[in-house]
Design a protein around this ligand. Sequence first.
Ligand code: DX5
Ligand code: ZN
Length: 231
Amino acid sequence: MASEKQRTAPSSVAHWIAPSILSADFARLGDEVRSVLAAGADLIHFDVMDNHYVPNLTVGPLVCEAIRPHCKVPIDVHLMVKPVDRIIPDFAAAGASIISFHPEASEHVDRTIALIREHGCQPGLVFNPATPLDYLDYTLEYLDMVLIMSVNPGFGGQKFIPTTLRKLTDARRRIEAAGCAVRLEVDGGIKTDNIRAAAQAGADTFVAGSAIFGSRDYARTIREMRQQIAL
Ligand code: DX5
Ligand code: ZN
């Protein structure tokens, strides 16, 4: 809750790498999750698409529950579904740690944030490339995560949208001004050659799907990403 949040200096915030299983081999999902954790992942990013809010269809609470025993790290559920409230208790019961949603997909954003918290999970709010940050005006203190989309949601393997960097800077400024311990995550088109720019713009949590699962050596890719953001 807002009153329990602590002030956090940006320099003291650890960088987290969050592989998106959207680009994993779904026929071997348990192995893929174990491999990417052994390779040094900090979170598992779990993309939920409904073929309604976004034009693609992926996985739901059953798959979250199936991978939970294989995850020693938090599961970072990214809901790209509309409506959102009905499915939140199911993801909480399936072992989700963080649950993020798009404000356009909820009729009552404040209520959805509270619902996620009531079910014992950490709420996050997600901003599409053209969505302004105004939704944070009266919600930031209740959030644990702000997720800035650097592609339009729906598919892995898309190209990073450059205006995201300016938006990350704006979001970081808001978080600093509020003095809240809120993570700032970036999602879409993150590779070893642009992760540094995202970190310099203020991101501390980095989703990467195709860059990690499309590489031969997950550990090497994650190590290279960490080297880039440590510079
Ligand atoms: C897109 C998803 C992303 C996606 C990222 O809608 O939210 O998490 O998996 O994939 P890459 O890293 O390949 O852009
Ligand atoms: Zn995502």
